[in-house]
Design a protein around this ligand. Structure first.
Ligand code: HAM
Length: 430
């Protein structure tokens, strides 16, 4: 073969070099702490699922166009997960009788979608999934929205940086029925057009609604809803169960002072077919990050796909690492000191036995100090160079003279301070 193989990763995927992993581990660590504090428990599932799991409920765009799928050697139709919600619904259904509800679960799996790659959208991404199963009231919706807000606040974000846009599918269907006389299928068709509203020119949006039988004045009535507050909007169909859910939710957000992060937005319908109640998306307020960062909502019927007559409703959201990283960079929320704990390089000299260094490193490890022995034999200056370039905070120097005196010289690379420590007390240096 004369051509060399490409060093580039597959389109829309990323290599995570150690510095990239450090960043990702840091922000997922912050998220884990927020969620565990709110008593969410972590779970995981397989990367491969049967294709029909997505065909059943995810919707044509995700299941039909964006899912990587293949037939395995046993002739099974298999998909690489494009989302986690069907998997978690399957897991809950499988142990329904053993689990204690309400469940508060989260997971941070990677997933694949065959997408047109663009800022904020790749083909492989990691997606935080937060879900609550077994609570039918808006209280669980509120819990999820609070978790989303608290995650961003934990990074130091404030209301100038992000907005939670909230709607309700039940209310949406009732409002569209009140305006255009549609049934559930008709409302779903309208929702698909509204979901694409900000991605297509206005003429295309109007043409698509007209093709569904909506008149100019009906389109104008829908337009009016986009700018309305929740209280004005629910007046369109006050008897709607969804209207009441929206009012309850917003009232409580106001009482908690969380309404400063949230707005009602009739244009949020969500592209996935399984949502039945509250739906929401979190947007970065920076114009260059115009894709949703979080998306989620309530889904009442997913567990029922697996267990006849099961009545376990769920609500939750997904948040991708790509948009979160863009958000943190754009708003300068990445602490320059993240991951910068103590890291020691033990430098070495030819006149000291190798095993003396290995013992020193072992002592440091036993005390929980991150440390490594320089591998190979290079001049001292080169070893220092290596320590600086690999973000070490300290070096240990133990030449023949120090060894004879039973001490180790410790140098702090930031302050340039140096001090000798008896070998037996070396761990007190860090
Ligand atoms: P989704 O709206 O498809 O919902 O995705 C949720 C979030 O995942 C998006 O807001 C975005 O941050 C991230 N995301 C989606 N696609 C990509 C991509 N191609 N590249 C990078 N990030 C992406 C769901 O997946 C639902 N299953 C979420 C959910 C959980 N609903 C209830 N529970």
């Amino acid at each position: 073969m004369s051509e060399k193989l490409s060093t580039q990763p597959y389109k829309g995927t990323r290599d995570f070099y150690p510095a990239d992993m450090q960043l990702r581990n840091w922000f997922f660590g912050v998220i884990r702490r927020v969620l565990e504090t709110a008593a969410f428990e972590e779970y995981n599932g397989p990367m491969l699922e049967s294709l029909e799991l997505y065909a059943a409920k995810s919707g044509e765009e995700l299941a039909g166009k964006q899912t990587y799928n293949f037939t395995d050697r046993g002739n099974r139709h298999v998909a690489i997960r494009p989302e986690m919600t069907p998997t978690v619904a399957r897991m809950v259904a499988a142990k329904m009788n053993d689990l204690t509800f309400p469940l508060k679960w989260f997971s941070i799996p990677n997933m694949y979608r065959y997408e047109a790659t663009q800022r904020g959208r790749l083909r492989e991404f990691w997606q935080l999934n937060v879900d609550i199963f077994g609570c039918d009231t808006y209280e669980a919706d509120l819990d999820c929205i609070i978790a989303a807000i608290n995650i961003l606040r934990a990074f130091g974000a404030d209301e100038s940086m992000f907005t939670v846009r909230i709607n309700n599918r039940r209310f949406f269907n009732d409002a569209i029925a009140a305006i255009a006389g549609t049934d559930a299928e008709g409302a779903k068709a309208v929702s698909k057009v509204i979901d694409r509203k900000n991605k297509v020119p206005r003429e295309v949006y109007e043409k698509d609604l007209t093709a569904l039988g909506l008149s100019e004045s009906q389109i104008a009535r829908i337009d009016a809803l986009y700018g309305m507050s929740v209280r004005d909007a629910v007046a369109v169909c006050p008897a709607s169960v969804g209207a009441q859910e929206l009012l309850n939710l917003f009232e409580m957000l106001e009482k908690l002072g969380l309404d400063r992060y949230c707005v009602f937005d009739f244009g949020i319908v969500r592209g996935l077919d399984y949502y039945t109640g509250t739906v929401f998306e979190v947007f970065d307020n920076a114009p260059e990050n115009n894709r949703a960062m979080f998306g989620g909502g309530r889904y009442d019927n997913l567990v029922g796909l697996f267990v006849k007559n099961a009545k376990v409703s769920g609500v939750g959201f997904g948040m991708g690492d790509v948009t979160l990283e863009n958000f943190l960079i754009t708003h300068d929320l990445i602490l320059s000191s993240f991951g910068r704990g103590v890291k020691v390089l033990v430098t070495r000299f030819d006149d000291v036995p190798y095993e003396s260094y290995l013992r020193l490193v072992e002592t440091l490890h036993a005390a929980g100090v991150t440390a490594s022995l320089y591998l190979g034999s290079k001049k001292f200056g080169k070893q220092i160079d290596y320590a600086v370039k690999t973000d070490c905070t300290h070096i240990c120097v133990m030449g023949g003279d120090e060894l004879a005196r039973g001490v180790v010289r410790v140098k702090n690379l930031a302050t340039r301070e140096e001090r000798d420590f008896p070998l037996s007390e070396i761990t007190t240096a860090f």
